[in-house]
Design a protein around this ligand. Structure first.
Ligand SMILES: Nc1ncnc2c1ncn2[C@@H]1O[C@H](COP(=O)(O)OP(=O)(O)OP(=O)(O)O)[C@@H](O)[C@H]1O
Ligand SMILES: [Mg+2]
Length: 357
């Protein structure tokens, strides 16, 4: 067996045995190979689909907007772990997580497009279960928390007899801790509401220049306490109001500025920029702070997640970014971060521009 056919056999074994769906397409985006897991996921047999355009087989939510393989061929980049919904042979919707890539020959011509995908309905079931457990837990703690808070207030008001100075001191500490737990529970319950779609965005026309100025000004006292400067810059092309949920998006940006202040050193600078790219509004919050370690970066939008280096720097519940993500995604946008430990972090929010027509 020569080296080439040996490689070919190895490829066949790998391709067929992959525990995730995988297919290859030619430059006309017609399927040329379809593995076993792809057959199981879609209900189609390889012989049914070879020669057909992949968009006809998968009928994905993305195929109508932009083809990931075509995009990958155009940019010469691989795209990892995107989400979409496909339809199986029986018309059933299947949520998938997929990666796409293209291979070019030595002359730089398109050789094959590859898509690898897996069923993520299990992830959604797990997430629903997780939200359900958190919600029961939060509701169960909420009542005893408000009852104890009310009782401490009664004792402090002298309703149970005279209170000594020492007792007052201790009771005030207990009340403060109690309020912290109440705040955490309320934030958690609100976050679950947004994720469930119970708070659809309420959009009104917003002048971005005036809006960002207001958001930044409200954060100034906290920044000044650490001698941190905040500057902002708005794209000149944004000369008309855009439709935003003012209250919610303000919360998101303030959350990001709050983090930038908390995780920066005294005397550093925070930049807030608003730019326009095609039909998207890009909001950037950039700091020169402690940065996020590489291993922590993919997890920072998860509930309660806090990076190793931040725990000793500042207090937090680890919910700010989870709610920022829920709000941005409910508005049809995306939020992500780039960071270098010790150098700083930039958060990006991408929101669809809807003008007030
Ligand atoms: N600008 C930043 N610089 C460095 N680390 C950051 C930055 N923003 C977020 N992080 C990291 O991401 C984690 C999650 O952020 P998130 O805002 O969700 O929680 P938090 O700030 O810890 O608490 P809170 O719920 O009070 O906002 C932080 O604990 C921190 O480790
Ligand atoms: Mg935070």
């Amino acid at each position: 067996m020569d080296r080439l056919s040996g490689r070919r056999r190895l490829f066949d074994i790998l391709f067929k045995g992959l525990p995730v769906g995988c297919f290859l397409v030619n430059e006309r985006l017609e399927i040329i190979a379809f593995n076993k897991a792809a057959e199981t996921l879609t209900g189609w047999k390889e012989e049914d689909v070879v020669g057909k355009p992949c968009s006809q087989v998968l009928r994905s939510s993305l195929c109508q907007q932009f083809c990931p393989i075509r995009e990958s061929a155009h940019t010469k980049k691989s795209y990892i772990a995107r989400e979409a919904v496909i339809r199986d042979r029986f018309g059933q919707e299947v949520p998938i997580c997929f990666s796409s890539s293209t291979v070019f020959d030595e002359q730089g011509d398109f050789e094959a497009g590859i898509e690898v995908f897996r069923d993520r309905s299990g992830d959604e079931r797990l997430q629903t279960l997780r939200n359900h457990i958190i919600s029961i837990f939060a509701h169960d703690i909420k009542t005893p928390c408000s009852v104890t808070g009310a009782l401490i207030n009664r004792i402090l008001a002298g309703k149970a007899g005279p209170v000594t100075e020492k007792q007052r001191e201790y009771l005030e500490v207990i009340l403060k801790e109690n309020q912290q737990v109440e705040l955490l529970i309320n934030n958690l319950l609100e976050l679950l509401h947004i994720e469930r779609g119970a708070h659809p965005p309420s959009k009104t026309p917003v002048d971005m220049g005036e809006f960002i100025k207001e958001v930044v000004q409200e954060m100034m006292p906290k920044a000044e306490a650490s001698q941190i400067r905040i500057v902002f810059d708005i794209d000149k092309r944004l000369n008309r109001p855009v439709m935003l949920d003012r209250v919610q998006i303000k919360r998101v940006i303030q959350n990001l500025i709050d983090n930038a202040i908390k995780y920066s050193r005294t005397g550093s600078l925070i930049k807030v920029k608003v730019q326009v790219q095609d039909n998207w509004l890009i909001i950037k919050v950039e700091d020169q702070g402690i940065g996020i370690p590489r291993d922590d970066l993919p997890h920072i939008f998860e509930y309660f997640y806090r990076a190793r280096n931040s725990r000793q720097k500042a207090e937090g519940t680890g919910l700010g970014l989870a709610s920022a993500r829920a709000i941005v995604e409910a508005s049809g946008g995306r939020i992500w971060a780039k960071s270098k430990e010790g150098m700083g972090t930039t958060f990006f929010i991408r929101l669809p521009i809807e003008e007030n027509s």
